[in-house]
Design a protein around this ligand. Structure first.
Ligand SMILES: [Fe+2]
Length: 468
């Protein structure tokens, strides 16, 4: 038996915990799925098993990871969803209640558990080699069988990933290697960053260590053809603050932004050059590339971080936290400038991954042209932003629709020639579906809708794994 969940915007409506695992072998399809679309669309997101301690504050980043796999082949589609069976999940399932504080806050951890076992595995689901990995930035990857979604346990890649591992690794199109990092890599609140390169077959290739200027919550980073860039921004992890009952991760308004540049596959340490910039914020990097002596990093940028309180617990004004496509340019002289590229209010920017780290033109994002005060998400549209032409094309699924992160699936070899897949919840019809759009004709709307058998709650990141 589990206790009722408390009233919380991320535990109700679109985010109300679902709490069930399903197998739906043959889904209803409206329209027709493209014949060449064969593979699996994955989505990860929070689905908490149990409510937190009554004195603890739930956070949407905290719920137990639930992975959805929508498999498409021969014009048909099936659905399977499974919780990621982390040690935290198993212990709490056995106890029938929550044993860990939100974010693993030691103040609310049950004495029976080890803080090391706090793993939600809820943020991303990343295919590499023969497996998929459920990722959350505080732990090593949790391996899963891509077909059955059976949890296989932590993957340390030959003991080279010994702790936190970003939910946003990058796959280098040059050789299929995965570049990744982990922050707070020598314990919560430490400035240590571990940088890993894993080859296309899953073998460790490179390991390096560096320190960031302060223990920033570094959600994402950038990879170009020649460099990796670590953005150290003003959301700071402070364990002493957490033990006082204040936020463990908080926005510290006196901080600037710092960008650490290192050669791709570099040795870390003193080889990293840090460049100070005006205060700025982004969770997500769309793409980055070399432009002469400059490094360009395109992000969903905002004045400050949403969902992250100040040290006194107050949450930011919504108008400061809307993300828009923004370009950071780190000049060869070390000067950093910022430019807004588009005005649409977006959430998760994606690209044609074959152009990761390369000069590119197209960003795909879920967004909204009608931001509403007090709304939770509400990204009703899928957009293609063409940076070369300066155009934006979008399709709105209507007021009350919530579009998830769009994933690009290639069709031809030209950048952007392919399909966009997004999991949508239409709150007015109480219907979830996977929308398939032609990425070159987004405004025409979906060519197919794969209907889900139940509401699929709000979640985070998605990926596509083509059929072998
Ligand atoms: Fe993310």
């Amino acid at each position: 038996m589990t206790e009722p969940f408390p009233r919380h915007p991320y535990l109700s409506g679109f985010y109300r915990p679902f709490g069930a695992e399903m197998d739906a072998p043959d889904l209803v399809i409206e329209g027709s799925l493209p014949a060449e679309l064969e593979g699996t669309f994955y989505r990860n997101g929070p689905d908490p098993q149990h409510p937190p301690h009554p004195d603890d504050r739930y956070h949407v980043f905290d719920g137990d990871g639930m992975v959805y796999a929508i498999r498409i082949a021969g014009g048909r589609a099936s659905l399977r969803n499974r919780w990621v069976r982390t040690r935290k999940w198993e212990l709490e399932r056995a106890a029938g209640r929550r044993l860990f504080g939100v974010f693993g806050n030691p103040r609310f951890n049950d004495p029976s558990v080890s803080p090391m076992d706090y793993n939600t595995a809820n943020t991303h689901i990343w295919p590499h080699g023969d497996l998929v990995y459920a990722l959350m930035e505080g732990c090593p990857p949790t391996a899963m069988n891509p077909e059955t979604l059976e949890t296989l346990g932590y993957e340390t890649f030959g003991n080279t990933v010994t702790g936190p591992f970003t939910a946003h690794p990058k796959t280098d199109p040059a050789d299929g290697a995965m570049h990744a990092f982990g922050y707070c890599a020598k314990g919560p609140g430490s400035t240590a960053i571990r940088y890993n390169v894993i080859d296309a077959r899953g073998r460790p290739r490179h390991l390096a260590w560096l320190d960031q200027p302060w223990a920033s919550m570094m959600h994402d980073f950038a990879l170009t053809e020649a460099h990796v860039v670590f953005p150290c921004l003003p959301v700071v992890i402070d364990m002493a603050r957490a033990l006082e009952g204040k936020p463990m991760a908080a926005w510290e308004p006196e901080r600037p932004a710092m960008f650490g540049i290192m050669e791709k596959g570099g040795p870390g340490g003193e080889s990293v050059s840090w460049h100070e910039a005006e205060q700025t914020f982004a969770f997500h990097v769309a793409n980055s590339f070399e432009d002469g002596r400059d490094i360009v990093i395109d992000v969903a940028g905002a004045r400050r971080a949403p969902l992250m309180p100040s040290a006194d617990g107050t949450l930011p004004d919504e108008n400061e936290t809307r993300f828009r496509l923004t370009r950071w340019r780190i000049g060869g002289n070390g000067h950093v400038s910022e430019e807004r590229l588009d005005d649409l209010d977006i959430q998760f920017p994606r690209i044609d991954d074959r152009f990761q780290g390369r000069r590119y033109a197209r960003v795909f994002a879920n967004g909204t042209a009608r931001p509403t005060a007090g709304r939770i998400d509400g990204f009703d549209s899928i957009a293609t932003i063409d940076l070369a032409r300066g155009t934006r094309h979008s399709f709105s699924f209507g007021e009350g629709a919530y579009c998830g992160e769009p994933v690009f699936v290639p069709r031809g070899s030209r950048e952007g020639d392919g399909w966009l897949l997004s999991l949508v919840w239409d709150s007015s019809a109480n219907e979830s579906f996977l929308a398939v759009l032609d990425a070159e004709h987004v405004a025409a709307g979906p060519v197919a809708r794969v209907l889900m058998p139940a509401r699929i709650p709000g979640g985070f990141h998605c990926h596509w794994r083509p059929m072998a």
